[in-house]
Write a protein that binds this ligand. Structure first.
Ligand SMILES: Cc1ncc(COP(=O)(O)O)c(C=O)c1O
Length: 397
């Protein structure tokens, strides 16, 4: 494990660093050459040996991917499931909860991911449950003390997006976990932007369910995601969809697996999962503390740099901040600025209302431009982003 990140060495092992200045790690990061080789190598094995036969040969490696994911989250391997998307896994866990009744309450954070919210709203339309937003502090982060005052016996779920998609705020997910645990209420965390960026310890968070994407700060392949379900909570969840892996028929009856793989399907992209395993191992090798420290210092530098540009407004809330830097540029929509920068080989993101509807509406925002940094970025890239933005705004170039 490194105590500091060797940015130049890691960039040399990342093909994308040669061609773009990538500030879209919150959308999807750049994989290492080793991740790429792992994926391609397995696809070649599939073509050469037969796909089923290649998977059989990779059994130990696939088990190791689960061990890596568990180690990164402070979980047990049997508490980990993999799937193709974080939202799909979150939705599967939600659909597996015991049935709701009209008047049941779900408490969500103001920065709840729009995909999770869509799933909950559809359930509300079907069953008459109520979705309520947890109170926030002045800095926009969830207020766990006031949350405690909202709890009654009708609250059936607390759902928190830890690091929101639309800015640098970091919610105090552990404080929410203490309220949930004290009241015995199921607690789901969307850690889509957290895993691979900041330390994650599911026991300290006090969550029952946590999910993350492989492609973001973990630098795994697209089409991979991780679900954690605590061993104590698993028996309460009955997946809506089953197959021969999650619930083999025994004496004609489906026997739901006792571990988190009850949320997996027999068919999956083996090459991608192996690629994810490689990315997980790399993250642990670099060290999450070192990653966190490097991202924090680069993101602070980026915020300060952008703030010096007339016509640019940094929009991040929160005290403790992540690598996500949200901003607005006078005279340009977020997608226009994204396009202008892309033309100059600089990648950023642009988020609309649908991704974080509660927070955007509460703040009167319809969109944000988003530059998300990782430990792969350099100070020189930040300077280039600033200079390029200044030229675009001045109509030069
Ligand atoms: C907090 C958060 N949750 C969920 C997602 C989406 O995850 P997925 O595309 O894996 O469903 C994102 C970003 O795209 C996100 O920022």
């Amino acid at each position: 494990m490194m105590t500091t990140v060797d940015t130049e060495a890691l960039r040399a092992l990342t093909p994308g660093c040669e061609s773009v200045a990538h500030f879209n790690h919150a959308g999807a990061s750049l994989p290492s050459r080793a991740v790429l080789d792992t994926i391609i190598g397995h696809l070649q094995d599939e073509a050469r040996l037969g796909p089923m036969e290649a998977a059989l040969r990779a059994t130990d490696c696939l088990d190791a991917v689960r061990d890596e994911a568990a180690a990164l989250l402070g979980a047990r391997p049997q508490e980990i499931a993999f799937g193709p998307s974080g939202s799909a896994l979150w939705g599967a866990a939600f659909a597996a909860l015991p049935p709701f009744a009209p008047g049941d309450r779900i408490l969500v954070g103001r920065q709840e991911w729009g995909g999770n919210l869509a799933t909950m709203k559809a359930e509300a339309a079907r069953t008459g449950i109520m979705i309520e937003t947890m109170p926030v502090r002045e800095d926009g982060s969830v207020d766990a003390e006031r949350l405690a005052g909202m709890i009654d016996r009708r609250v059936r779920l607390i759902s928190l997006t830890w690091l929101p998609a639309n800015g640098g705020l970091i919610n105090d997910a552990a404080a929410v976990g203490r309220v949930a645990r004290a009241a015995g209420i199921p607690y789901f965390i969307d850690a889509g932007q957290a895993v691979g960026q900041i330390p994650v310890d599911v026991a300290a968070l006090g969550c029952d369910v946590l999910k993350a994407a492989g492609r973001k700060y973990l630098r795994g392949p697209r089409g991979t995601a991780i679900l954690y379900v605590s061993e104590r909570f698993l028996p309460t969840l009955r997946p809506a969809a089953l197959d021969v892996l999650s619930a083999p028929l025994i004496d004609g009856e489906p026997k739901i697996r006792s571990d988190a793989r009850r949320f997996e399907t027999s068919e999956h992209a083996v090459a991608l999962r192996l690629g994810l395993g490689r990315a997980l191992a790399e993250a642990r090798q670099i060290g999450i503390d070192a990653i966190r420290a490097r991202i924090w210092s680069l993101a602070e530098r980026l915020r300060q740099t952008l703030a010096t540009l007339p016509g640019v407004r940094v929009l991040d809330l929160g005290q403790e901040k992540s690598g996500i830097v949200s901003f607005a540029v006078n005279g340009f929509s977020a997608t226009a600025i994204q396009r202008e920068l892309a033309d100059r080989h600089i990648n950023i993101g642009a988020n609309g209302l649908a991704y974080t509807p509660l927070d955007m509406s509460a703040r009167g925002l319809t969109e944000i431009a988003r530059a998300s940094v990782s430990y792969l970025n350099t100070e020189a890239e930040i300077d280039r982003l600033r200079e390029t933005l200044a030229r675009i705004m001045a109509g030069k170039d």
